[in-house]
Structures are given as structure tokens and as C-alpha cells.
Design a protein around this ligand. Structure first.
Ligand SMILES: [Zn+2]
Length: 102
């Protein structure tokens, strides 16, 4: 089953040890909205966003943050916009040294 789905499903032991978001095994198995680190049995799902300009990533969402998919896609766009503004305006000094950017 794809992690991108409309319903929340419990995290399996395999989910907890998998590669998420291109990181080391298990490290990025977290809610993209609040940062919660999923444990086995926690409900989660993924939201497809890779079609959104400057708001890709297909984030995972926890039970607390879950909402209608359209609402989550909007919130994800807003998070990206907030991040870009922080990096490019308030924290430009630090970001110029970073290679993690979009
Ligand atoms: Zn969350």
C-alpha cells in the first residue's frame, strides 16, 4: 500500500525503519506539519504535493494534524512559503552558507 492515501493507517515496524524523504533509515519518519516522530502503531498517511510548484515533498501527516487533503495541501504550500521567507529575508546570513535549499 502506498503511503499516499486518504485514510490514516497504523505505522508498521517496517515503516519505522524505512527510508523517508531520502534520509537515513527511519530518521525522517515524522509528521511534516508538527514534527512528531512516528512510533509503531501511530496513525499516519502521506499527502501528495509533488505537483505543487515550490511545495513538493509528499509530507506525512499525523492523527493530530490530519485534515481534508485539499486543506493539508494548502497548509503545505503555506509552510513552504514561510520557510522561503525566513531563509531569504530574516535568516539570509545563515542560509547563504547552507546547501539544503530550494
Ligand atoms: Zn502532526
Amino acid at each position: 500500500m502506498s503511503f499516499v492515501r486518504e485514510t490514516l493507517e497504523p505505522a508498521t515496524a517496517e515503516d519505522c525503519k524505512a527510508c523517508w524523504n531520502g534520509g537515513p533509515l527511519g530518521q525522517n519518519f515524522r509528521c511534516g506539519f508538527c514534527g512528531y516522530a512516528f512510533q509503531e502503531g501511530d496513525l499516519f498517511r502521506g499527502i501528495y504535493t509533488n505537483d505543487l510548484p515550490y511545495a513538493g515533498g509528499n509530507p506525512l501527516v499525523c492523527r493530530e494534524c490530519n485534515a481534508e487533503t485539499s486543506e493539508l495541501r494548502k497548509r503545505w504550500q503555506e509552510k513552504w512559503a514561510e520557510w522561503r521567507a525566513l531563509r531569504q529575508d530574516r535568516f539570509w546570513w545563515f542560509a547563504r552558507r547552507s546547501s539544503d535549499g530550494n
